[in-house]
Write a protein that binds this ligand. Structure first.
Ligand code: KG4
Ligand code: ZN
Length: 347
């Protein structure tokens, strides 16, 4: 069965077609709203919703053409429409949910509401080799920082999560403080490349106590006080200062995530680690984990960068997995949940 996936939970409109039986992604398209929100330094929800509405139809046409499906033949060829039902921005979610449900009704196929983070979690399955269950998953996005023990689709045990800011959120806030632009993660990473290692040392929050919880809000404060101190002592903050702070900030986030991943692997005795979500595109994080994994005989999986951040492919894939679950109730209800704990998901 071919599943159409639609993602519109935040600032990316993503659509994709996934062939479940052949385990193959047929085509995917994406429109990023980065340029639209950049001038405001973050996502403006109302603008996001309006832009999704503008993009959905042309993107669907582009997607079908890319997959070689002729106009008007979407119905006969697509077997289900999966869409991000939450968590995310309510208005943005509603645009995709209504569009998906409308298409499903018109085509006479089921609509499948998908949990955005389950989409991220399963995204590494789009790659070869694909991870087999069970594994430890590190979910790091703009809204979530979680470690999970994953036994199968829908069988997720939360091992630990952030008690305050998500890792991506911390990157975004630090970038904003330094005036590096939006979204912050890739900007901080870019600046860090030019940074002098070890000039500054940021704390590693919550690593000296047991457990798998994270806290990132202190790093943001540390970033601010470092910049203020430089300003006071030198009269200004230079480009090099910013690069050095970016290096130290990234190093602290990466190190913290690394320490907790290591701990989760030791605690569970599992030998597979899956990373997903926007921050898993971070090259410093990837190389840190790969280096450790190589030494310890652990397999590490992550999606290609384009599928670390929001995309339609992960939603199509997660929708297909959900369709395989017995007892999945089909409904014409338009599901959109701004908040939706992953713990509410059923196997
Ligand atoms: O998964 P995602 O696209 O959206 C959410 O579900 O939140 O993640 C976006 C987050 C943003 O906070 C962004 O700054 C961060 O992922 N991010 C990165 C990188 N690329 C994106 N953080 C660090 N390094 C990157 N290369
Ligand atoms: Zn996301």
């Amino acid at each position: 069965m071919i599943v159409l996936g639609i993602e519109s939970s935040c600032d990316e409109t993503g659509l994709a077609l996934y062939d479940g039986e052949r385990q193959q992604l047929l085509a995917d398209v994406l429109h990023s709203q980065i340029a639209l929100h950049a001038q405001y330094g973050g996502v403006v929800p109302e603008l996001a919703s309006r832009d999704h509405i503008r993009r959905l139809v042309p993107l669907l046409e582009e997607l079908l053409a890319k997959a070689g499906i002729r106009q008007g033949e979407g119905g006969p060829q697509v077997g289900a429409v999966a869409y991000t039902a939450g968590p995310g921005l309510m208005g943005a979610l509603l645009t995709g949910a209504c569009f998906a449900q409308g298409l499903a009704l018109a085509w006479g196929v089921p609509a499948v509401p998908v949990h955005h983070m389950e989409g991220h979690l399963l995204a590494p399955m789009l790659e070869t080799p694909r991870p087999s269950f069970p594994f430890v998953a590190l979910l790091v996005s703009g809204g979530h920082t979680q470690l999970m023990q994953v036994e199968g689709v829908g069988r997720y045990q939360l091992l630990g999560e952030s008690v305050d800011d998500a890792a991506g959120e911390a990157f975004d806030k630090a970038a904003k403080m330094m005036g590096l632009g939006y979204p912050g993660g890739p900007r901080v990473a870019e600046w860090a490349e030019r940074g002098v290692p070890q000039r500054f040392r940021f704390p590693r929050p919550m690593v000296d106590r047991p457990g798998l919880e994270f806290s990132f809000s202190g790093l943001k404060t540390f970033c601010l006080t470092t910049l203020e101190r430089l300003e006071r002592e030198q009269g200004s903050v230079s480009e090099q200062d910013k690069a050095d702070v970016a290096w130290a900030f990234q190093d602290a986030v990466v190190d913290t995530l690394f320490i907790k991943c290591k701990r989760a692997l030791q605690q569970t005795g599992l030998k597979r680690l899956v990373m997903a979500g926007g921050v898993s595109a971070n090259l410093a994080l990837r190389s840190r984990l790969k280096e450790y994994a190589l030494k310890q005989g652990i397999e590490v999986f992550y999606p290609r960068s384009a599928f670390c951040t929001d995309n339609g492919a992960m939603i199509a894939l997660a929708g297909w997995y959900r369709l395989q679950q017995p007892g999945l109730k089909m409904s014409t209800e338009i599901v959109a949940r701004a908040r939706w704990p992953m713990a509410d998901l059923q196997a």
